[in-house]
Design a protein around this ligand. Structure first.
Ligand code: RB5
Length: 151
């Protein structure tokens, strides 16, 4: 299950990504926003990140105008590894090296076609593990040291 959310700046791209997930037969829960009214990206970022953080959803996709605000919000949550990507290489590496469980995109930065390619790259790439797992373990340890808890 992939949870997906956006603000008004990412709405159009979110709808395109939803179509892609449907085409690929991937279950998707859309947590809004659902119209073009100006909203605050943290409200929607929190909903997606909370579900990934607690394990209610395996993966998430967040879209705002640049992707920056959604990245900042999502990475406040333990066990969330949210990666802002602007090209296919970054989307691929986000999974291969960082095992990112949330992909963040900028609706005012990339085209719908590129976003489709990037989402496919992120979904279809395997985490390389090995030395990359050691690095993720250090991030998990840091969450413990900083006493970052969720919900
Ligand atoms: C909204 O205008 C815009 O600030 C937001 O979509 C995002 O780009 C923030 O990082």
């Amino acid at each position: 299950m992939i949870v997906i959310g956006s603000d008004h700046g990412g709405l159009e791209l979110k709808e395109e990504i939803k179509k892609l997930l449907q085409e690929r037969g991937i279950a998707c829960q859309d947590l809004g926003t659902n119209n073009g009214d100006s909203v605050d990206y943290p409200d929607f970022g929190v909903q997606v990140a909370k579900r990934v953080s607690t394990g209610a959803a395996e993966k998430g996709i967040l879209v705002c105008g640049t992707g920056i605000g959604m990245s900042i919000v999502a990475n406040k949550f333990p066990k969330v590894r949210a990666a802002l990507a602007t090209d296919v290489f970054m989307a691929t590496m986000a999974k291969e090296h960082n095992n990112a469980n949330i992909l963040v995109l900028g609706g005012r930065v990339i085209s719908a076609g590129l976003a489709r390619e990037m989402v496919c790259a992120w979904l279809d790439t395997e985490f390389a593990a090995g030395r990359h797992q050691n690095r993720l373990d250090k991030i998990t340890a840091l969450e413990g040291e900083l006493k970052i808890t969720c919900c």
